[in-house]
Design a protein around this ligand. Structure first.
Ligand SMILES: C[S@@+](CC[C@H](N)C(=O)[O-])C[C@H]1O[C@@H](n2cnc3c(N)ncnc32)[C@H](O)[C@@H]1O
Length: 276
């Protein structure tokens, strides 16, 4: 689609400066082909800020830390679903039933959804784990993080449109969802008990600071590595591994590969790895 040229050209050197900043700090690679995409996504910011050219926007960006967060929000790809790659949730249920959570520190299962988007992955984990709680008798906490503030807002609110209902197994729909009575805007909300066990925060997976002092039993980082080149993937993997307990499990997306990275991980199931 042709974009109306309201703000003139996004010059190559402005594109390169913004692109290399995003790559260096957030790992997202804006190849030359993505110039049109960046231009169209930044248009809303220029309009909002009353800035009349991309060059002025670039100057504004590099002098205003807060703007960087808004820009990242515009360029991140946040596609997600409830129970996406459902076999992971089935596998998780199976290993918990078979004793994975039998000897937890403080009897508490700690889970991190890294690159959580609008929360569907974190709440799918919460439903799967909560459902086994009475059978197994443990506590659990889900931590979830992303670099996009708008998806984190949706995740915290935990309100979703009705058309996503069919992604959630029927038993969980009955147990964990509150349905709105508003027929003009039908939505559902995740129940308070699950929301109380789930915490969302801003965290850049390339950060040198730790996400948390905690080490996790389970980390889901799915469909996020694919946006990074190999060098960045290795940095992110080391960051994830330092947050994983020995014997803990890391779940990646099915299309993501960590072959030849020399990591202390052993494959235990397709795209599921145990820390040695
Ligand atoms: C495609 S979504 C995947 C969501 C979910 N994990 C799933 O599989 O459905 C990828 C998410 O990673 C986030 N992301 C991208 N770069 C990141 C970074 N450097 N640190 C943290 N999150 C990042 C994006 O904002 C986006 O919400």
């Amino acid at each position: 689609m042709e974009i109306p040229d309201l703000y003139g050209e996004l010059k190559d050197n402005d594109f390169q400066k913004i692109g290399s900043f995003i790559y260096k700090n957030y790992g997202i690679n804006l190849y030359p082909k993505k110039k049109v995409l960046l231009k169209s996504r930044l248009q809303k910011r220029l309009k909002h800020l009353g800035i009349s050219s991309y060059s002025d926007y670039r100057d504004y960006l590099f002098n205003n830390k807060e703007e960087i967060i808004h820009m990242i929000d515009k360029i991140s790809t946040n596609k997600t679903d409830f129970f996406r790659e459902a076999v992971h949730f089935e596998y998780l249920e199976g290993i918990i039933k078979n004793g994975f959570a039998n000897n937890l520190d403080n009897n508490e299962l700690l889970v991190w959804s890294a690159g959580c988007s609008s929360g569907q992955e974190a709440y799918s984990l919460a439903m799967t784990i909560d459902n086994l709680k009475s059978e197994i008798g443990y506590k659990y906490r889900i931590f979830a993080s992303d670099i996009s503030l708008s998806v984190l807002k949706t995740a915290k609110e935990a309100i979703y449109p009705f058309n996503l209902l069919n992604q959630i197994p029927l038993v969980f729909r009955k147990k964990y969802l509150l349905k709105s009575k508003d027929k003009t805007n039908p939505r559902f909300r995740i129940v308070k008990e699950l929301r109380d066990n789930t915490e969302f925060s801003f965290y850049n997976l390339l950060s040198k600071d730790a996400f948390s002092k905690l080490k996790f039993n389970i980390i889901f980082c799915r469909n996020t590595l694919i946006y990074f080149d190999t060098e960045t993937q290795i940095k992110v993997m080391h960051n994830l591994i330092r947050h994983l307990k020995k014997g803990g499990l890391l779940f990646l997306g099915h299309s993501e590969s960590i072959i030849n990275m020399g990591l202390p991980l052993e494959t235990v199931h397709p795209s599921v790895y145990e820390k040695k």
